[in-house]
Design a protein around this ligand. Structure first.
Ligand code: PEP
Ligand code: MG
Length: 313
């Protein structure tokens, strides 16, 4: 049965209106890339690059980063891959980087904020990504973006990295798309400020929920507040997807929510073009969505467990 699900997972998911929804994998290593392919991932919606450097000493240089990424991209062949630049800080300390001490890392110099303060790190990483991208379909994405000027600075950093590789005569490919994570409530609520700057959004529902509910995602005592069904989260997703549709910015979801059986269909109904999740979750989620959509097409909307759950959303 697990085998059957995995085989079916390779087939694309097409909505009744002809729209295709990509079921993608979140990965953080070459082993994860292998698992993504084995589980039928059509794409990688999130490569967490901090996991490639977290415990590395010394911190990998441009050549080492290029080699690590090449090994991962080679496993994935021509599947599109979204590479997220380093998300250091918060719950992700990087041994060899001086990210702290900060009184509250989650609200401090984390993610893109840290990279914009340390431009050499960002430039080295972007150059490695562009070098490894040759022959693959690679996009880049920035974590923890709050305001439009940060997204603009990220885009400029990508342009600079590409220009520098061209000047150095180093083989490289420009990223297909430049995107940002939506995981700060301010970014979700004023998403129009990114129009004309970024090519896509990817909702980091883990951090978005945490920041919205003022509940640390690593603190068991407040875990109950991190509820994807909370009206506040549903409302902020409404605001985001409505603005994104108006501004023609595609929205993906790569937080845990994308792989939750009772959340996935609701996200598809909001117009999300890609759900990215742990590789092992792909076969079951795809099967669930396929059956729910088929029973809807047969006139039975809301009759399946998942349909009913999504209707309550
Ligand atoms: C998220 O915040 O939802 C997310 C996908 O990023 P991470 O879990 O790596 O912080
Ligand atoms: Mg996050």
């Amino acid at each position: 049965r697990a085998e059957e699900l995995r085989a079916a997972a390779a087939e694309p998911l097409v909505l009744p209106d002809g729209r295709r929804v990509l079921i993608a994998a979140n990965i953080g290593s070459q082993a994860d890339a292998v698992a993504a392919v084995a589980n039928g991932a059509e794409a990688v919606g999130l490569l967490r690059t901090e996991l490639l450097v977290l415990d590395r000493n010394p911190y990998p240089d441009e050549d080492a980063q290029t080699a690590d990424l090449t090994a991962i991209f080679d496993e994935l062949g021509d599947r599109p891959v979204v590479v997220r630049v380093l998300d250091a800080g918060g719950d992700k300390p990087v041994a060899t980087l001086d990210v702290g001490p900060q009184r509250n890392g989650f609200l401090g110099v984390r993610g893109l904020r840290y990279l914009l303060e340390n431009p050499h790190l960002l430039r080295t990483q972007l150059r490695a990504i562009c070098r490894a991208a040759v022959g693959h379909r690679i996009s880049v994405m920035a974590p923890m973006v709050t305001v439009g000027t940060e997204a603009q600075a990220f885009r400029e950093a990508v342009d600079d990295a590409v220009d520098s590789l061209r000047q150095d005569d180093v083989p490289h490919a420009r990223p297909e798309q430049i995107g940002i994570m939506i995981e700060v409530p301010a970014a979700a609520l004023a998403a129009e400020q990114f129009a004309g700057v970024v090519d896509f959004f990817s909702v980091g529902s883990n951090d978005l929920t945490s920041y919205l509910m003022a509940a640390d995602r690593t603190e068991p005592g407040v875990a109950e507040l991190l509820d994807p069904q909370s009206p506040a989260l549903q409302r902020i997703l409404d605001a985001l997807t409505t603005t994104a549709a108006r501004e023609h910015i595609p929205v993906a979801v790569c937080g845990e929510m994308a792989g939750m059986p009772d959340q996935a269909l609701g996200l598809v109904r909001r117009g999300v073009f890609e759900l990215s999740m742990a590789p092992a979750k792909i076969p079951a989620i795809k099967h669930l969505l396929r059956s729910a959509l088929a029973s809807e097409a047969a006139g039975g909307r809301g009759t399946t467990a998942v349909g009913a759950a999504a209707d309550r959303a």
